[in-house]
Structure formats: C-alpha cells, structure tokens
Ligand binder design. Structure first.
Ligand code: PXL
Length: 285
C-alpha cells in the first residue's frame, strides 16, 4: 500500500484588500494552487489597498485575533507554517506574536514585513510600527523584506540603486542579528539588466541568490506574489535556491503578463501564470 505523505497545513495572517490584488487575495489562490491547505486570519478589511487609491475604507479586525486563536486551540488545530504579511497596527503585531507563541511547534514562521517600498513607508505607518515589526521579525525563522523595509528596521541608509554586494550582505547579516535564522532581500539589482533576491543563512553562514531579467516598470503587489510563492515552495520542501527560482520566475511572469495594460496599475495578473507555477513545483529536482 502506498503511504501518503501528510498534507501540509498552513495559515496566513494579513489583510483583505477587497479590490487591488494583494495580501490575502494573492496569498490564498497562490498557496492553494501549489497544493497546500491554507487557512486565513484576516487582520483588517479594506475596500482597496493603500497604494494609489483614495478614500479607502479600513475595518480593523485586531480584536478578533485572540478569539480566533483561542477557538483554534480548543479545536486542537495545528499548522506546519505561519505566514504573516501586511499588518494594521502595533497592537495587532503584539497579538500576532502571541498567536505565533501559541501555535509554534515544528512550524515554519515566515514574516514578510510588508510596510514600505521605494524608500517610503506605506500610508498610515510610522517608526513605532517599524519597531514592532522588528520585534515580529525576531520571532521568525525566515524574513523577506525589500531593501526599504530592511533599511528602516536596521536604521541604516537606504540606497535605491548603485549599491554593491557588500551593502546587501551587511544588511542580511544584520537582519539575522535580529534573531531570525534566515533573511532574504527582495528587489535586489546590482546592474540595470537584472533583478532578484539574495538570502543569508546564519546557521550555515552562506549566501544564495537568484536573478532574472529586470523589467523596468512600477508594479504593485509583487512583494505578495513573491512571498506567497516562496513560502509555498518552502512548505513543499524545496531548498532555498530552488524556492527563490520558483518565486522570482513566477513574479517576473506575472509582471510580464500585465505589461501594456495601463489600466491594471494596481496589481499584477498573477492568475494567468498559475499554470506555470503549478508546473514549476511539480518538476523533480
Ligand atoms: O502589497 C502590500 C499591501 C498589502 N495590503 C495593503 C496594502 C499593501 C501595500 O500598499 O496597502 C492594504
């Protein structure tokens, strides 16, 4: 008789932006397409994301987090992976840390400190929020900031371009000093033709990177497309290098699929690339 491997069960905690292709509306379809069972805790419901829309609504669901957590503990639920993304407030981060402490067993704690890009904090965040996010990162096994988020958490200079490997490697070592085993920087570009990610593993003291072509367009929500597929690949047991390739290639394909449609500025058409993602995780390596 064939022995089936136990299915992986994960949970993601981030907002629902009802329109705009980011956070849960990206994470759930991507992680599900990869064959993982994904539970969600919506941390807030917004009419749209905050990156370019005006007058969006924001319903804070912070007070639901402990009740959901307590119910799940009574039900005896457990998770192989916990993935946090965009979060709403300092107080909410505190509750998410409590959630992680309650559910951490043999669990991959994956934190995307989604709060800033292009040298600036997203609407509604301040440096107090950044320090709470730094504390959440200290509880993680792996964190996946972009260069802006990393510079803000470390209090070091943000460079949009013209940096070298030493700048990135120093940042990665310092991110791991926060307490996580691995840190991965997204959106790294040493030359105008390429963009990708670089990961540092503190335990093995080693760096790995994966670069693809640089498509010089501003795209919203690509951090979530990358983080969801990277997290999914890790949960499927892929090694870091393979998971980086799967996630970067999926992100680049999603940006490509959106090129030429100016009316689609608010997000990328990742849906069109899900068949390719499914194929990429099915290949043996
Ligand atoms: O993609 C990150 C993200 C998630 N959720 C909300 C956002 C953003 C980025 O701006 O505004 C509500």
């Amino acid at each position: 008789m064939e022995i089936a491997l136990k299915d992986k069960n994960v949970v993601t905690l981030q907002d629902i932006s009802c329109f705009g292709k980011c956070s849960i509306t990206v994470a759930l379809p991507v992680i599900s397409a990869m064959g993982l069972s994904c539970a969600v805790i919506p941390t807030a419901v917004l009419s749209t994301h905050t990156g370019g829309f005006k007058g969006f609504t924001f319903r804070d669901l912070t007070d639901d987090i402990p009740s959901v957590s307590e119910h799940w503990q009574r039900e005896g639920l457990s998770f192989d992976g916990i993935y946090t993304g965009y979060l709403g407030s300092r107080r909410q981060i505190g509750m998410i840390i409590d959630f992680i402490e309650s559910f951490r067993r043999d669990t991959l704690i994956f934190v995307d400190p989604a709060m800033a890009d292009h040298g600036k904090l997203y609407t509604g965040f301040d440096m107090d929020f950044v320090s709470a996010m730094r504390e959440l990162c200290s509880k993680a096994d792996i964190i996946v900031p972009n260069i802006t988020e990393a510079a803000m958490m470390l209090g070091c200079e943000y460079k949009a371009s013209g940096y070298d490997e030493a700048y990135i490697h120093t940042m990665l070592r310092r991110l791991c000093d926060l307490g996580c085993r691995r840190a991965l920087l997204t959106g790294v570009s040493y030359d105008s033709g390429h963009r990708g990610c670089v990961c540092y593993d503190r335990e093995n003291d080693c760096f790995e990177s994966y670069f693809s072509e640089n498509i010089p367009v501003e795209s919203h929500g690509t951090g979530d497309v990358f983080a969801s597929s990277f997290f999914g690949a890790l949960m499927l047991g892929k090694q870091i290098g393979e998971a980086m390739k799967i996630a970067v290639d999926f992100t680049v394909a999603s940006i490509r699929a959106t090129l030429g449609d100016a009316g689609h500025w608010y997000g990328v058409k990742f849906e069109k690339c899900l068949p390719g993602l499914i194929e990429s995780v099915a290949c043996e390596n």
